[in-house]
Write a protein of this length. Structure first.
Length: 329
């Protein structure tokens, strides 16, 4: 049933995607902000309360609803799964920015591409050269594809196999959103935030994302240049501050043969700590600040799109085979 739920959710999302700044995003933002205002008193133990209420409470509610619905009707449970997947999984939740930036670059309108990148990632892109615009777009698009598609997909499949329906998809989305919200609130809104809460949210999401990130990187390696992807994974993942991000980006860079990462040029690019910070000095020295391959070009945008879609097909085929084996068995 999980295969058909994912397939239907992806099809519906392609036909009728959620608009920008949709009600789901606004509801999540309001919910996480409300839990922070009402349960965070600045103490260390309050961070666990805030995270539990903001992330675990919706997850447990969805689990209870699924278990109640499946007792009455499998078809209703299937519809419930599809509805929750439609709200938590999909390319169109971020791809409009990617498409608009690619179209602007194809037209030669680099100023519009910079404006869209700044709007998407909340950073100063006014002085970015074309190569750095492409690098940022590729890096953020790959991570967005993982967090909006593959991460949700893997968690949904695991929890669905345990009979818990869309619980995994909701858990992943809520944990990812909470981690992103508290970092965004402190960095971009310049609003007071509990550093312990921000660190805890990122740490717990990184723990939840540990296996999905490696599965995503493995998928990129299988459908791309396998040898280069694995080599880049092993050699260059340390270029990024956060291990899960580094593994995904390094594997993807090797799979399509593009340079990613690298130190920001002083006075030219924005502070790269707002996107991806360099990792260990040893890793920087070994890879000379970026992955191997060609400097980012417009053609690499299409290569990345192809890489992501081939990976989707790969995992959907594997899920279909598992579903068929379960039915036959």
């Amino acid at each position: 049933m999980s295969f058909f739920a994912v397939l239907l959710a992806l099809l519906i999302e392609q036909l009728k995607p959620l608009p920008r700044d949709n009600w789901v995003h606004e509801t999540l933002k309001g919910w996480v902000a409300w839990t922070g205002r009402n349960f965070d008193a600045g103490e260390r133990h309050h961070t666990w309360v805030v995270w539990g209420v903001s992330v675990l409470a919706p997850t447990l509610l969805v689990m209870a609803l699924h278990l109640a619905i499946v007792r009455h009707s499998v078809l209703l449970a299937m519809a419930f799964d599809v509805a929750l997947l439609y709200l938590t999984l999909g390319f169109r939740q971020f791809s409009h920015y990617f498409t608009d930036i690619r179209d602007a670059l194809d037209r030669g309108d680099e100023n519009e591409a910079r404006r869209l990148l700044a709007e998407w990632r909340h950073l100063d892109a006014s002085e970015l050269p074309r190569t750095e615009v492409l690098r940022h777009v590729i890096e953020h698009a790959l991570l967005a594809a993982h967090r909006h598609v593959f991460g949700v997909f893997f968690c949904f499949v695991v929890f669905s196999a345990l009979g818990l329906g869309p619980t995994g998809a909701v858990l992943y989305r809520m944990a990812e959103f909470a981690s992103r919200y508290w970092a965004y609130r402190q960095r971009t809104l310049d609003a007071p935030a509990n550093d312990e809460l921000r660190a805890l949210s990122r740490r717990l999401f990184a723990l939840l994302d540990h296996l999905p990130a490696r599965l995503t990187a493995f998928g990129f390696a299988v459908v791309g240049n396998f040898e280069e992807a694995v080599g880049s994974w092993r050699r260059d993942a340390g270029l990024w501050q956060h291990p899960n991000e580094g593994i995904i980006l390094a594997a993807a860079a090797g799979a399509v043969g593009v340079q990613l990462g690298g130190a920001a040029a002083p006075g030219v690019t924005p502070d790269r700590s707002k996107t991806f910070s360099a990792g260990t000095e040893a890793g920087l020295a070994e890879a000379q600040g970026s992955t191997a391959g060609l400097p980012p070009q417009s053609a690499h945008l299409n290569s990345v799109v192809g890489l992501v879609w081939r990976s989707v097909v790969l995992w959907m085929l594997l899920l279909a085979l598992l579903t068929l084996a379960n039915v036959v068995g």
